[in-house]
Write a protein that binds this ligand. Structure first.
Ligand SMILES: NC(=O)c1ccc[n+]([C@@H]2O[C@H](COP(=O)([O-])OP(=O)(O)OC[C@H]3O[C@@H](n4cnc5c(N)ncnc54)[C@H](OP(=O)(O)O)[C@@H]3O)[C@@H](O)[C@H]2O)c1
Length: 283
């Protein structure tokens, strides 16, 4: 698996498997088992996905050596704060049945995430998590966090897909040494992504699918990707993206699809802040 080196020297697979919206434990175990059998080694979960236990059981049952895996989970807003973030980390680790984590992310830039970051810096220094990072941070919040703390986030996981490409944000992150990671690489199928005429034409030229073209485009932009699917054939398809290359002209065609706007919600929008801030996990 192709890897990317993070700012603290550790390697992260550039393609992994995200398990958002797979809350049923049996379904989650089935799909993660299939993903590991197919060769995925990086798994992206979160306390808020309510499937850390199922992911942990599957890892344990897979028999794979721990050091072959790269496991990410995320801290939810209600647990922001120095003491509560440490407790939340310990609960996540226990649910995942792991001794250490590879990457721990602040899921949303809300609440006392500065306190959370201090706890995460300590966890990183203690060796309980190999890298720490954030998610859904726009450049202003990212820079503020960097300026007033010790450790620069290794990763910022943000919405990136052909309709919202984040090229300027990526350039900014690169300057700061922060690796961009895409969530929603297919925009969860919105805007008819899978039947888009430009993407379809490029896919046909390579004998590939639209999904594969989108992942390839992200990989060539040095973005880490974690596509989600619950279907075996799509899991295999999404992994099979290392044997072709998009031309500069094809990269330009996709670049022209950018609308510069989120297809989900803007984390700087007051209504989104209110709505997400009210989500309480019962775990
Ligand atoms: N940090 C955050 O705030 C945040 C937010 C959202 C997501 N994430 C992470 O990012 C991961 C990926 O994002 P996402 O799940 O939101 O969306 P996504 O990967 O863009 O899209 C998933 C959708 O695409 C379909 N799909 C997958 N592969 C396909 C293929 N080869 N052909 C056709 N359809 C395909 C899936 O359907 P089937 O499952 O039916 O195949 C599913 O409906 C998540 O699982 C999660 O780990 C993070």
């Amino acid at each position: 698996m192709q890897t990317i080196k993070l700012n603290n020297g550790i390697s992260m697979p550039q393609l992994g498997f995200g398990v958002f919206q797979v809350p049923d434990p049996a379904e989650c175990e089935r799909v993660v088992t299939e993903a590991l059998e197919l060769g995925y080694r990086s798994l992206d979960t979160a306390a808020a996905y309510l499937n850390e236990e199922a992911v942990g059981r599957t890892i344990r049952n897979s028999g794979l050596p721990r050091e072959e895996l790269f496991i990410t989970t995320k801290l939810w807003i209600q647990d922001a704060g120095e003491a509560s973030a440490r407790q939340a980390f310990e609960r996540s680790l226990k649910r995942l049945d792991l001794d250490y984590l590879d990457l721990y992310l602040i899921h949303q830039p809300f609440g006392d995430y500065y306190g959370a970051w201090r706890a995460m810096e300590a966890l990183n220094q203690e060796g309980q998590v190999r890298a720490i990072g954030v998610s859904n941070f726009y450049p202003d919040r990212l820079l503020d966090l960097i300026q007033h703390n010790q450790i620069v986030p290794a990763v910022n996981q943000v919405e990136v897909h052909p309709f919202f490409q984040r090229r300027e944000d990526q350039a900014f992150m690169r300057q700061q040494g922060v690796q961009i990671e895409s969530w929603g690489p297919f925009a969860e199928g919105r805007n008819n992504l899978f039947s888009d005429p430009n993407l379809t034409r490029i896919a046909q030229a390579h004998g590939k699918t639209v999904a594969q073209v989108v992942l390839r485009w992200l990989l060539q932009r040095d973005v880490v990707v974690i596509p989600k699917s619950v279907r075996h054939e799509r899991l295999a398809e999404n992994l099979n993206v290392f044997d072709f290359e998009l031309t500069p002209a094809e990269m330009d065609t996709i670049a022209a699809m950018d609308t510069g706007k989120s297809l989900f919600f803007d984390h700087r929008d007051a209504e989104a802040v209110r709505r997400l801030g009210q989500v309480r996990l019962n775990i």
